[in-house]
Design a protein around this ligand. Sequence first.
Ligand SMILES: Cc1cc2nc3c(=O)[nH]c(=O)nc-3n(C[C@H](O)[C@H](O)[C@H](O)COP(=O)(O)OP(=O)(O)OC[C@H]3O[C@@H](n4cnc5c(N)ncnc54)[C@H](O)[C@@H]3O)c2cc1C
Length: 490
Amino acid sequence: MKIIIIGGGISGLSAAYYAQKLVPDGQITLIEASDRWGGKITTQRVPFEAGDFIIEGGPDTFLATKPWGVTLCQELGLSDRLHGTNPHHKNTYVLHHNRLEPLPDGLAMMVPTDIPSILKSRLVSWPGKVRMGFDFLLPAHNGHHDESLGSFVSRRLGREAYENLIEPLMSGIYAGNGDRLSLQSTFPYLQDLESKHGSLARGALQMRKQMAARGSSTQGSRSAFLTPTTGLSEIVEALVTNLTHNGVEMRLNTQVSSIAYQDVAASWQVELENGESLQTDGVILAAPAFASASILSRLDPDLASVLQSIPYTSTATVTLAYRQSDLSRQLDGYGYVIPRREGRRALACTWTSTKFPHRAPSGCSLIRVFVGRAGQESDIRWDKDSLLELAREELELTLGITAEPLVSRVFIWEQAMPQYNLGHPEKLAKIEAALEKYSSLALAGNGYRGIGIPDCIHSGEMAIEKIISAHAQKCADMNLHILENSAHPG
Ligand SMILES: Cc1cc2nc3c(=O)[nH]c(=O)nc-3n(C[C@H](O)[C@H](O)[C@H](O)COP(=O)(O)OP(=O)(O)OC[C@H]3O[C@@H](n4cnc5c(N)ncnc54)[C@H](O)[C@@H]3O)c2cc1C
């Protein structure tokens, strides 16, 4: 069996990993357009005096509560390399009227559950706090119709709680506009809390109790977020070693231009930009949705146009290293998020070396500024010098840092964050319906059912399962055909 996987980010690498595991005698080829593996995952290890700065260009951690990331790391022998977030300085701050205010305690899955802590918080005014309390009284909406995250949270907790508490947290994940994001596609559990418990806070409290009970018997005090010692690229490096060792053909600097299906041979023809043409039984497209749209445009223009309609937002990260003695403020938490209404061009700032202390040599601090959110791309100059200037302005304004950084790195991610806007569930239904025609073609990647690393790994695994079951069906049909012909020769 021949399988070609297009796209060498974490989704494509995972698809290749599960392909060689499930079909050890298969001929598997992984094709990547750029000159390196990992896609959005990239780590730079910068030596400095007594140690290294570990600088993540894209993601810096993954969620442990979704099992697929942890499982893959276990299988790759990386379990002992995984670190949780620092349990000693867990504060997160929110920029509010140009000051950093702590996020109230007891936010369970983004829902406030600790009433005294909300009452103390300066992030929401007294009328806003009273409005939040309505969540216990308001009737639940019936039915499962989709609505935007902004409309849902404003309906339950009030607009002020949405803008000052929930929107900045959500932005840190999707870089999106909450008034456009589909609740069903981004935070479906919020809708479940409302329908099952009649109130977000009641539901979140209940779930927190259940999770605590489960956690104490299984996971102990393990962190919800994990990352390998020298950065997420460890996962990419382990995958590449594993795949190379197991005979997967790995092709960098190779762009796929289109694919076509050949009925007679019941196989796929994969056309490369360099003019080469490859034959295969199954294809997995693990590129961003718009790139897969371009590859499919000749084969199936309707499917391509749905894929093309999934919007992506550009983002950038700017990492800066300082001596601790150059900082006027202690970085006593994981960092801060910036609500859209503050009007800043930065989205959030992670105090990396507090969140993960092993990421900076002793006596030094590492800070990462996120830039770019849906609808504000034109406010930003997308070149490295301007982004560095923007990040330094942000740090001066909020943290009073004026020192020259010891090290700085800027990563620009053009069209990187898919936006699961209202209508996304309908797009997924159309994509699934269109794919029914092609049993040996599957899609994987962050454009569809989850943008986090565990979701991407899962998407790769699911894609390979589809291809394998299509191949098993094809073999069964062929055997039946041979049997029928031998029973009725001539
Ligand atoms: C700044 C940033 C921070 C993030 N932080 C986190 C985080 O902390 N935790 C988390 O879980 N997630 C995070 N995410 C999200 C997560 O990193 C991504 O969703 C995930 O890495 C996407 O993986 P992927 O393989 O689906 O896509 P990609 O990484 O985009 O890989 C797709 C690959 O396909 C290749 N390709 C495209 N077209 C072709 C073609 N025609 N032929 C061949 N190859 C092609 C591309 O070159 C690319 O390498 C973050 C994302 C960004 C940008």
